[in-house]
Design a protein around this ligand. Sequence first.
Ligand code: NOJ
Length: 572
Amino acid sequence: MTIDYQWWKTATIYQIWPASYKDSNGDGIGDIPGIISTLDYLKDLGIDVIWLSPMYDSPQDDMGYDISDYQKIYPKYGTLEDMQNLIDGCHKRDMKIICDLVVNHTSSEHSWFKESRSSKTNPKRDWYIWKKPKYDEQGYRQPPNNWGSFFSGSAWEYDELTDEYYLRLFAKTQPDLNWENPETRDAIHNDALKWWFEKGVDGFRIDTAGLYSKNQAFPDAPIVFPDSIYQPSGRLAHNGPRIHEFHKEMYEKVTSNYDAFTVGEVGDCTKEEALEYVSKSSHEMNSIFLFDVVELGCDKKDRFRYNGWDLIDLKKAVENQCDFVKGTDAWATSFIENHDQPRCITRFGNQKNFSKSGKLLAMLETTLTGTLFIYQGQEIGMTNLPRSWGIEEYKDINTINYYNAFKQQYGKDADFKEKEEKLMDVINLISRDHARSPVQWNSDNYGGFSTVEPWTRVNDNYKEINVENQLYDKSSILQFYKQSLKLRKKYKDLFIYGTFEILDYGNKKLFTYIKKSPTSNPPKAYVVLNFSTDSVKFERLIDSSFELVHANVEDVDDDLLSPYEGRVYIVE
Ligand code: NOJ
């Protein structure tokens, strides 16, 4: 069988979330020159492509996912010249760079919205989604429907000036653009995409790529949370009737004119829905992020309603993300962290087995099919924030709004303290803040991220966990990532392009799978990962010759896997 090799399939992509990556000018906030200063480090790690989270001008209510000008850089991150230097700096090193495309909404500070809001007759009024209020039986003004915002409360914001509501599925300063209007789509194509392609950007991660087409009747959503006034908009806003038409148009008019890579954040969908976005023949996007793994244990409609997970759930989630492309012309992604997720060691590993479980997760991720993504700090095993920190250390709008809404609802209950502690346990496990603490570069003050107190607190463990320490330690997680990435490339037909098959579905301690190459060079890999704190008997589940090519322990016992031990064998 021939393989359809593409640079963006084979690539290892490293996500940079600029505010917390590296501060070069001592203002406590990461910046573009800071990123440039680390390009050689990234190249050496084995990175081919950088994905830069929003660096555009923005009031930063949602850390840049609220853009006020697509063609300006947020001044604290740098200038357009800095950005050009970053693009050129990547290319000079034979690396590529993709940006974040945030076009479901803009900031309310964007000039498009300012015009739209100025009057009902403004030519840009219809660029956003405006609706008249509803009135209840008592005559009180109410939002047009019961849709809830992803950031708590109603998804509608009342604007006194024209006595109408605008839709904002996220923060109140993130009004949703009206994709039904062709002029709006043209402006998006030109300002947010073409302009950057012309500057040399190699593609985009498409933010909330499933949300552009809303049900135009804007009906009430079904009640899934009876304890809540507002309900998840679900399929009324997600994967809507014109979503594929919009993506095809964007591909045809813009993306297809460049040698570009696109990855859409689609999240929740069935196998059939996912394939519609990502089949090569669909002409929409190259790949998508599905949330099966990162949402494990969380209610898909409310991450802070957390029920836990076991290894069988994890297997199923990994399988869904790998397998939906099997036998099709579609392409998958492998990722376990990003700026919206907690740290994988805390979440899926075990902080007491810090190094081994970090390496185990590296083995899992780097042996899976599809384009691989690593999030800043993941390569050194950065962990969640300490449980002892109070809510005042959490800065993310999602966490803060949720906490405040919770306090408003339950604050007067006699057992509020208990309820609050339980919520803090979940926040400490699941919130987005854990990905957003400054990268720990060395053991200097503030982890070497900055010379002054950073905008958000550095994790207390920066003296033990940092890049500098790990660069000089052969047994570190960082070195292990380097080796794992090399192995992935060496056997790319197996790991990147191969198929995936679980051998021990019912086992709650071990995760064993086979990767099969579409060519026969070599034919198969056998991966066994002990996800438990126990030593477990090692049995070969297939009859073959086994050649060990990677392990996270020095001495491999033929009959026993120690806690969090992982191995990769090449088998015939
Ligand atoms: C998804 C992004 O990853 C997240 O950080 C952001 O808050 C929302 N989209 C809104 O843009």
